[in-house]
Design a protein around this ligand. Structure first.
Ligand SMILES: [Zn+2]
Ligand SMILES: [Zn+2]
Length: 354
């Protein structure tokens, strides 16, 4: 299947139109027309090879909402016309202990990333959602529940599940005291989801400027991290802190905010952190953790939860050709809170080949 997308050809090149083939349907494959695709920070990092692992060309995009256009002969979970979604992974070994537990994101043989990965059968590169069509094995295609606004749901597939998964891992529910550091694409979802689960939610921010935004997203209060008195008063007052800061930073000032046995979980930054002082860990039996996305079953659970609770990301819709400008604005944190590409803005190739 011939399709069109936007690709980076080198680390320095802006994204530009790129035509390529999607594979012919295997028996367990679902083909979809992509309707919307969210713009994640990792799209920018991988387009520019910031992590040193990019294979070009790169077609980014792993927050995908689409509609099924065809199914393979053995597909049972989806049918033509269904609203569906694909997130950060499109395959895994399906055999190991983690896969069998439904934790495909932790597959012992590593999961196959939606883009900048290699297909497990052909070893051909995977291309993501900044494109018109996608072909994915049915096990990695999510169902979009009725009532979830298709135009806004895309960011749930990465920002949503990345923040929902630690909330579930650490059993957040009514009465839990949750702090969220950073109020970007991930942080704003962490606030909405934690509030939806019934937690008392505090946004931690360098200044009080974000108070109105935090409350509007569903937070109960804001803690100003530059206010030494407020930080001292907040000592030992959280069960879980979700740290969504996307750049190198010092987590030490936040460790004392954790109660005994509580956890600060890093979800936003890939790379080194500042050197840590062990006293808060030892004396409070506190923990520092990391967490990736969730498994497929949990991602479906999150989508169903969001539909039930009417939780949706705050999105700014862009056209495909605005993507380079959107990357620049995202680097300046000039977005509330996630860009979503309207894929109808990308001219379709000759549909007779589809
Ligand atoms: Zn992402
Ligand atoms: Zn596996």
């Amino acid at each position: 299947m011939y399709t069109i997308g936007y690709a980076a050809q080198t680390p320095d090149a802006p994204l530009a139109p790129y035509s390529f083939e999607r594979r012919d349907l295997r028996p367990n494959d679902v083909a979809m027309q992509i309707l919307y695709c969210g713009v994640c920070h990792s799209d920018l990092h991988q387009a520019r090879d910031d992590w040193g692992i990019s294979r070009y060309p790169i077609v980014p995009g792993h927050e995908i909402i689409g509609r099924v256009t065809a199914i393979g002969s053995a597909v049972t979970r989806h049918k033509v016309g269904d609203a569906v979604a694909v997130g950060c992974m499109v395959d895994s070994c399906q055999q190991c202990d983690q896969c069998r537990k439904g934790e495909e994101q932790l597959c012992r043989e590593t999961n196959t990333q939606t883009y900048n990965g290699l297909d497990r059968i052909t070893r051909e590169p995977t291309y993501g959602g900044y494109s018109k069509h996608l072909v994915t094995r049915e096990e990695f295609v999510l169902r979009v529940p009725d009532g979830l606004d298709l135009a806004k749901a895309a960011p749930l597939l990465c920002a949503g599940i990345t923040t929902y998964s630690p909330l579930r891992t650490w059993n957040v529910g009514p009465g839990s005291r949750v702090a969220v550091i950073g109020l970007g694409g991930l942080g704003h979802m962490a606030v909405k989801l934690a509030a939806g689960l019934g937690a008392f939610v505090t946004v931690v921010s360098r200044s009080a400027d974000k108070l109105a935004d935090a409350l509007a997203l569903g937070a109960d209060t804001l803690l100003v991290s530059s206010d030494a008195t407020a930080m001292a008063n907040a000592q030992s007052s959280f069960d879980l802190i979700i740290d969504t800061i996307p750049v190198r930073h010092d987590v030490s000032p936040y460790m004392n905010l954790l109660d005994v046995d509580a956890t600060l979980v890093i979800v936003g930054q890939v790379g080194p952190i500042e050197e840590l002082f062990t006293v808060p860990f030892i004396l409070g039996r506190r923990r520092l953790a990391g967490s990736p996305i969730g498994g497929i079953a949990q991602t479906q659970e999150m989508l169903d939860f969001c539909a039930r609770k009417n939780i949706l990301p705050d999105c700014e819709m862009i056209r495909m050709e605005q993507i380079n400008e959107a990357f620049e604005r995202m680097e300046r944190s000039d977005v509330r809170y996630r860009f979503v590409i309207d894929m109808a803005s990308l001219e379709a190739p000759d549909t007779q080949h589809l």
